[in-house]
Design a protein around this ligand. Sequence first.
Ligand code: SF4
Ligand code: SF4
Length: 303
Amino acid sequence: MNYQARDSNKELPVENGTPDLPKFAVLQLSGCAGCEVSLLNTSDWVDKFQLVYMPLVVSTHHIPDDVQVLLVSGGVSNAEDAYNLRQAARKVKKVIAVGTCAISGGVSNLGDRDDVRELFLSRYDRINLPRLLAKTHPVDAFVDVELYLPGCPPTPELFTAALTDSRGFKAAAIVCAECRRQKLANMRPKHLTGFRHGSVLPDVCLINQGFLCVGTSTRGGCRAICTRPGHPCVGCRGPSNLLIEKGSAVWLENIQRVFEHMTDIPADELNEALRSPQLSMFLFQFSDYAGGDRPPRSKDKVL
Ligand code: SF4
Ligand code: SF4
């Protein structure tokens, strides 16, 4: 069986494909499948790897025993996620956690609220669903992870680098380094601009325009694909190398300092927005998704 990559005429070798190529599998836990779609948006890995398991596109029910790399997307939200993850990790040489959900929060984190849990459990007809865990966990709460690939979803190039050349890939220090917008000293907003208010100037930093952009402290490597067309960075790539091994408070302070320096937005207004559930969905360091007292991840393991 073969599948065609969207941007190429190459065929993706899958089960019973080229036997010499190293094999990889994709395990999807509680997420949205956006990571899988991003992986399929590149064919650069096709000549180097053989995809043998990915329920979204490959019709096979189990992960073979000779798989080198396991990509895991989504968070661990229920007993079935935990079981599948442990079983899969036993079979493979290397686990790569891909996407914000698997690493730190994102959409999975939406379930970590009492009102959501109450609503879910209040339905009497949910008896055949897997047991919901008390909270959603990152993948490395259950298995050893060799590489973290943050993003929501990670761009196709990041997937290619993770599979083929993770040591050779160097992410830009922060999103601003890949965003061509200019920071202006004489344009200081007094209040935050709502997400859908007004037009966006094409070349001027979004902070100067009053948008809550956290690209100044967020890891680059995404090509600034959100901020260039005018969408503020919400931090899905996680903290930059300078901040990643520090606590969440340091990241928050860093963002606040940038806004103090560039705007006249009152601190209360900024704090309230930074801690809003919508933004903290991605700014995982502000939630306890990563496990509270877990030591920070080494920056050397993050792509
Ligand atoms: S990280 Fe983003 S794209 Fe990937 S599964 Fe989670 S919500 Fe979907
Ligand atoms: S818009 Fe955001 S990412 Fe771009 S330069 Fe300004 S702060 Fe940085």
